[in-house]
Design a protein around this ligand. Structure first.
Ligand code: URA
Ligand code: CA
Length: 439
């Protein structure tokens, strides 16, 4: 095969065969195909798109490029959950213990923050002693013994995605539905779970800006799952505003603990309950949606889910006391609370702006390899539609210096708009896509 011919074919809107796609991926991973040819190919895909068949072939070729996790030693149906990335999206931290408390086996490989979106592994590192890099044996054994484990995705998992993602990052080819779908799904397929729950976000604070793009991404990933023989359910949810109230690593651990104690913002809680119930149905542990939902609500009320989180933390070497005594989490030296100047409603919160602000405060990385500060971030006092009394705190900024505190306070003020009259609350779940919907 001649690489320029394959690039030309895609450039002119043609469809590549499975063999041609495998040839490109294998050649690129081996180093036989240079970055400049792969860059041209990615740009051709960006403009021309790919059919479901092509995207599936790309995903399978990528998934095979490295290590594949074998979870066969764990009995039962293993369900994975993945979010396409968001702001104040603490669902994974809540869901893992909540789902596990109901008997679902959760073998979770998680990532670090990407751009302005937070990452589960970064959040967990706020907990003193918590080991985020488990060996394969530790990972599998822990899922067998306590029903859940969380580890950082291995360096050897899907090397094709690591290479392609870095190249996409610098060639303006990240925002492509087939490229995002294959990037996410190749990692999910190599991760070894039987069923996959996806949360595809759209809006200001997400990679997908519009509902129709997010729906298309969701359908593409469900279609890939169908060919790969894995049941995939994809939700399309809004990420215009932050999902919960906390943005920042230790703040989000605290918020996860609050939700597991039956508190926390109702939007975050609602999405966690919805997803946990869906996972119970996917795992075959529950048959009725209402019953699945009730079990999850009960496990929050009776403390089982919080206890499971402590168990996971202890199993991974962390200090579980942080969930009861938040002062044991990293504390920022400087904080400032912003208060409502009069009685009002929160009209709008710009999630993207707050996400970027949290990265500048040090909660995320501005470039690869940057150290992050687990103590800093923003804690909101409410979301759009919520009512504030004069003098009530609507946001607190946590910073590592006075300068950063002033910067953070300014950005937060600019990100939030108020209204004297009631504001409609935003919708969370816009669609639920299953394999049935593709027919
Ligand atoms: N998340 C991924 O893993 N890959 C993408 O391309 C975008 C988001
Ligand atoms: Ca750390």
């Amino acid at each position: 095969m001649f690489v320029p011919e394959l690039i030309r074919k895609k450039r002119d809107g043609g469809r590549l065969s499975q063999g041609e796609i495998e040839y490109l991926i294998e050649g690129y991973v081996k180093g036989d195909i240079p970055d400049y040819q792969m860059s041209a190919f990615l740009m051709a895909v960006y403009f021309r798109g790919m059919s479901y068949e092509e995207t599936t072939a790309l995903t399978l070729a990528m998934a095979r490029s490295g290590e594949v996790v074998d979870l066969s030693a764990v009995d039962g149906v293993k369900v994975d959950k993945h979010s396409s990335g968001g702001i104040a999206d603490t669902t994974t931290l809540v869901l893992i213990p909540l789902a596990a408390s109901a008997g679902i086996k959760v073998a979770k490989m998680a990532g670090r923050g990407l751009g302005y979106t937070g990452g589960t592994i970064d959040k967990l590192e706020s907990i003193k002693g918590f080991r985020t890099a488990l060996t394969k044996e530790e990972f599998v054994n822990q899922v067998r013994s306590i029903g859940a484990a969380i580890t950082e995705q291995s360096e050897r998992l899907v090397p094709a995605d690591k290479m392609l993602y870095s190249l996409r990052d610098v060639t303006a080819t990240v925002e492509s539905i087939p490229l995002i779908a294959s990037s996410i799904m190749s990692k999910k397929l190599a991760g070894g779970a039987d069923r996959i729950l996806l949360d595809v976000k759209f809006g200001r604070g997400a990679f997908m800006k519009t509902y129709s793009d997010a729906l298309e991404l969701a359908k593409t990933m469900v279609a890939i799952g169908r060919v790969a023989g894995k049941e995939v359910v994809a939700y399309v949810t809004s990420m215009d505003q932050p999902l919960g109230l906390a943005i920042g690593n230790s703040l989000e651990v605290m918020e996860a603990a609050e939700v597991l104690k039956g508190r926390g913002h109702k939007d975050l809680k609602e999405l966690c309950l919805e997803f946990a119930a869906e996972m119970a149905l996917m795992a075959g542990i529950e048959k009725e949606p209402e019953k699945a939902r009730r079990v999850m609500e009960e496990n929050i009320e009776n403390g089982k889910a919080l206890e499971k989180f402590k168990e996971i933390i202890r199993a991974q070497g962390g200090d579980a006391d942080v969930l009861e005594d938040y002062s044991k989490l990293p504390q920022a030296p400087f904080t400032r609370s912003l208060v409502a100047e009069e009685d009002c409603y929160i009209k709008d919160i710009d999630g993207l702006k707050l996400g970027l602000c949290s990265v500048r405060l040090g909660a995320g990385r501005e470039k690869k390899g940057d150290d992050i500060d687990h103590s800093v971030g923003i804690l909101l006092g409410g979301k759009a539609g919520d009512y504030l009394r004069k003098g009530q705190v609507y946001a607190t900024v946590y910073a590592s210096s006075r300068d950063k505190l002033a910067y953070g306070a300014k950005m937060v003020r600019e990100s939030i708009a108020f209204s004297p009259t009631p504001v409609e609350k935003n919708k969370l779940v816009y669609a639920r896509v299953t394999q049935e919907d593709l027919k």
